[in-house]
Design a protein around this ligand. Structure first.
Ligand SMILES: [Zn+2]
Length: 682
């Protein structure tokens, strides 16, 4: 390409029109469209990214384009690397476009190319000028027990989405969908576990959308020849929200999500936590549950918090996080290994909880290794800083030891604190302004190293439930836990929200559990021994968890016989029929998001459609307050074909044409409140 001649570079796919113009020394986006919708304002030449170096803002419009390369080494991916030159630094702009989708990723690598340290204070991995329109913005607020609370509002003036809590999903989730009045959707997500931001700023003729790492309290000095890699921002376009969500899931499954043979199977999990917490778990209780879990058909048993710390039945797990070398022998006199051996002897897998980043207030680790402690202005932040190479090594070695000593198949990695702006010590190897950034880069390296060295160990991510859910962690862990509470309406709200960003096989959540804690949220009131509990209610509670990776936290030996029978039956239906769809199918949200507060849609229906087959699965739930009847219309069937509609409990609704299933729909008028249907349509 001749640098003096205007030229166009198209990275278009069958689903996307994406055209860059190279004009002298500049590179601009001049066309962006998908599903018939143009997302660039007319006549605009949009910049691609922006960086602030030595207090001056630079973008693809005012940096000099030096070189462009295309990398086709990964099948189905066009990877453009455009090098820009500044006065004493370089920016490599990376853009990936995926075949057959309208999904793109962009990020940059900034390198100090001069003789003097440069000072970086803001990096927008994505900057895009979109046209004026009547937009509705959908995003999710989040807090403990309130993850994925959908908010819809008109985008009329400046809007900021962000977190400053130091974990990606506290406050808001790092995702949005912008609905054009034509119905088309533009969605983006920051693949980053710390502070992130999206800004919508009015400009002449539209909005400037920018985002990536949050610039709040961020700065990084780059000495000569050092680099800074910015977080990936994923951009997805589609004809509607289902089309956008399916692309996130499709590319996630194919390119992002790591899998072991266990996670690829979509295992059924029993976990001890809510029905025993730390106080009531011990070796005998755990093993009693393992025996029942085996007879029910569970694939894995996970020992949650409560196993470590001083050998004193009265200690509180939270205070001792960090002391991972101390097993509570009051509860586990023979250590943890016998639990693992028993699970394996019964043909199941075994997993364990650990909060490897955290530092409890009574943990000895703070005394033995004060150099590891993350501090801000001298105050302890409650975690150890992986911005320090020695601490990163300690964390890796700790996890490796736990895996080896206990023959683990699964680690649940929790994170129960808000790091805020993060560590600003200057003796860790990071600067005062990039401690949190350095911590997460260190955490990502640890996860990648554990996977390399223990490729069969499943990594589950958790953070006070679902307060750190992002595509940065989901590139390095097999699944994410969605929330601590698991009452049914809350579960449905979470599943609806989470699966606009994440495939169901990367979401783990449990069925309605019996909580032993003193102050559960009021709706968290499940009691399997309640004589008023009806089979249709238990089926509804359980099927909700079967939408994603299926698990339960119940006192299994104390379940009434009929409840245990139903749980066993659901487990077998899940393993034999459902999980193949959870793992592979395109998911359609057929109803709107329900609200845990009693608002939102009071029916929930989800269709799983296996591509290149005629197989579909339909889940239908009538929530409390739901009207007596609802018609559910399916998507993307073959109109002329006859589909057989049948359940797993003897229901047979006969043969219905694809046309009728899509146009007329299936009418449900016999499902009670807290009732459900699970149907095969093929
Ligand atoms: Zn630090």
């Amino acid at each position: 390409m001749d640098a003096m001649t205007p030229s166009q570079i198209a990275l278009s796919t069958s689903a996307l029109d994406y055209v860059l113009a190279r004009d002298a020394h500049r590179l601009s986006l001049i066309h962006l469209a998908a599903a018939g919708q143009i997302w660039l304002h007319p006549g605009s030449e949009s910049e691609l990214f922006a960086v602030t170096v030595n207090h001056q803002r630079y973008s693809s419009q005012n940096l000099e384009l030096a070189d462009m390369q295309m990398d086709f080494s990964v099948a189905g991916v066009q990877h453009l690397i455009a090098r820009f030159i500044g006065s004493d630094f370089e920016v490599d702009h990376h853009l990936k476009v995926y075949l057959d989708t309208a999904l793109m990723e962009s990020w940059q690598v900034i390198r100090c190319a001069g003789d003097h340290t440069i000072h970086v204070t803001r990096v927008d991995s994505l900057s895009l000028d979109i046209p004026t329109a009547d937009y509705e913005l959908l995003y999710y607020t989040s807090d403990w027990g309130c993850e994925f609370t959908g908010v819809r509002e008109n985008l009329a003036s400046e809007k900021i989405l962000e977190t400053r809590f130091g974990r990606s999903s506290k406050g808001q989730h790092p995702w949005f969908a912008l609905m054009h009045d034509s119905g088309a959707v533009l969605s983006a997500s920051v693949a980053w576990s710390g502070n992130w931001v999206f800004r919508f700023e009015p400009i002449s003729g539209g909005f400037r959308l920018s985002g990536g790492l949050h610039d709040w309290e961020f700065s990084k000095d780059l000495p000569p020849n050092t680099t800074l890699e910015t977080p990936i921002v994923v951009l997805v376009l589609g004809k509607d929200l289902n089309a956008v969500s399916q692309q996130y899931a499709q590319i996630g499954r194919r390119y992002w999500y790591p899998r072991t043979s266990l996670s690829a199977k979509v295992p059924v999990e029993w976990n001890h936590w809510w029905s025993y917490e730390d106080t009531y778990i011990n070796e005998a209780r755990f093993l009693e549950n393992v025996a029942v879990a085996q007879s029910i058909g569970a694939d894995i048993c996970v020992l949650d918090a409560g196993w470590f710390g001083p050998s004193d039945a009265g200690t509180f797990w939270y205070d001792y996080r960090g002391d991972w070398d101390r097993v509570n022998v009051e509860r586990f006199p023979r250590g943890i290994r016998p639990l693992s051996d028993e699970c394996h002897a019964r043909g199941m897998k075994f997993g364990m909880w650990c909060e490897i980043e955290a530092l409890g207030v009574k943990a000895q680790l703070a005394e033995t290794h004060p150099e590891m402690v993350a501090r801000r202005d001298g105050e302890r932040l409650g975690y150890i800083c992986f911005g320090s190479p020695e601490t990163e090594e300690f964390a890796y070695q700790t996890l490796a030891r736990l895996i080896r000593e206990n023959n683990l198949d699964w680690i649940k990695l929790d994170f129960n604190l808000d790091p805020g702006a993060g560590c600003n010590r200057t003796d860790h190897g990071h600067g005062a302004g990039d401690g949190l950034y350095a911590h997460y880069m260190g955490y990502y390296r640890i996860l990648e190293r554990v996977r390399r060295d223990f490729p069969e160990v499943v990594l589950e991510s958790c953070s006070s439930g679902g307060l750190r859910i992002d595509l940065g962690l989901l590139r390095r862990t097999d699944m994410t836990f969605l929330s601590d509470p698991d009452y049914p309406v809350h579960d449905l709200q979470l599943f609806w929200g989470a699966t606009t960003l994440i495939a169901p096989d990367s979401c783990l959540h449990w069925s309605f559990g019996e909580w032993i804690g003193k102050n559960p949220p009021p709706p968290q009131n499940f009691n399997p021994r309640d004589p008023k509990l009806k089979p249709h209610q238990f089926d509804y509670y359980t099927r909700i968890s079967m939408l994603n990776v299926f698990g339960y936290s119940q006192k299994l030996p104390e379940l009434p016989a009929w409840v245990e029978d139903r749980l066993s039956r659901h487990t077998h239906i899940y393993k034999n029929h459902v999980r193949r769809f959870v793992r592979e199918a395109d998911l359609y949200h057929l109803t709107d998001q329900p609200g845990r507060d009693g608002g939102g849609d009071r029916w929930s229906a989800f269709q799983y459609r296996l591509r290149d087959t005629t197989e579909n699965l339909l889940f239908v739930f009538r929530l409390p307050g739901g009207e007596a009847a609802r018609t559910i219309r399916l998507h993307d069937l073959q109109p002329q074909r006859l589909y057989h509609v049948m359940g797993f409990e003897g229901e047979d609704m006969g043969a219905v044409s694809g046309h009728d299933l899509m146009q007329t729909g299936l009418h449900f008028d016999t499902i009670p409140e807290e009732g459900s249907a699970l149907l095969q349509i093929r």
